[in-house]
Write a protein that binds this ligand. Structure first.
Ligand code: 16G
Length: 258
């Protein structure tokens, strides 16, 4: 059952009003702790700005800042007519890692799965021969998968893999197998580096239906060509992540400022 705002008005923990920690931050942390402790569940309503201000005895601006921060950290969403409610925190995708989806989700303690939308053999045309360093017309395995974690659709992925380097790969059942695991275990392939492009764009109608998000919701799109240490292209891929479930992070290596 959804919690109502009324449940927050009663005796919140007092704020430290004389210390150095800003009040909005203390409120934000108190709410995050409730979410992390499972006292507030995904879908539960959060108190309104007015309600928060009243129960913590702070200004509405302070309450607004606390709610704003919760939303930008992916803990909450506001919707007209529904107010502000708890959402699953965004997954942080470290774009410097070349992990596959299955491994990435397992490391987070989540259960990965896939819905295989397409698995075909195509002939390389357009930009593919150059990107995959194969002859025009050579055989390419094309995969389109809906990637799911703990039952929630997370991303839509299109992959193109040159079959001349990985013969027989097309016989794998990618509704259950991990592409990178098969490449590693069966072909001894390890990813070494990748060229990636990140882009934001609205979800198409098909994407919004598959990912259960509003039409035009913002998607984080990562296109990449991933290579082996021997400079052989493994995959040309485009992963489209739900903007409200993912954010990208990176550690910028030591650089010289010119
Ligand atoms: C990641 C890759 C994707 C690859 C998939 C393999 C990015 C942006 N995308 O999602 O290109 O096809 O992993 O996952 O990192 P799998 O091993 O679970 O099949």
């Amino acid at each position: 059952m959804e919690k109502t705002e009324a449940q927050f008005s009663s005796h919140p923990l007092p704020l430290d009003k004389d210390g150095f920690i800003p009040l909005y931050y203390q409120i934000q942390q108190a709410l995050i702790e409730k979410i992390q402790a499972g006292e507030l569940l995904v879908g539960d309503c959060l108190p309104s700005e007015y309600e928060l201000a009243r129960s913590y005895q702070v200004s509405r601006m302070t309450a607004r800042q606390a709610l704003h921060n919760l939303k930008s950290r992916g803990y909450a969403l506001s919707q007209k007519g529904r107010g502000t409610y708890v959402t699953r925190p965004k997954l942080e995708k470290n774009i410097m890692h070349l992990r596959g989806f299955t491994e990435d989700m397992k490391r987070r303690g989540m259960m990965p799965s896939s819905r295989l939308l397409e698995q075909n053999i195509l002939l390389a045309t357009g930009a593919l021969p150059e990107q995959l360093r194969v002859e025009e017309g050579s055989a390419i395995l094309q995969l389109r998968r809906l990637r799911i974690a703990d039952g929630t659709p997370m991303a839509l992925e299109d992959s193109h893999i040159p079959l001349q380097h990985y013969p027989g790969l097309e016989r794998t059942d990618f509704s259950s197998e991990s592409l990178y695991k098969v490449l590693r275990d069966k072909y001894g392939v390890r990813a070494a580096w990748a060229d990636e492009v990140l882009e934001a764009s609205p979800a198409t109608r098909e994407e919004s239906e598959l990912l259960s998000i509003p039409k035009n919701a913002i998607m984080l799109s990562i296109s990449r060509v991933i290579m082996t240490t021997a400079e052989i292209p493994i995959e040309v891929a485009c992963s489209r992540y739900c903007g409200n479930r993912y954010r990208a992070s990176i550690r910028v290596p030591t650089t010289t400022i010119e």
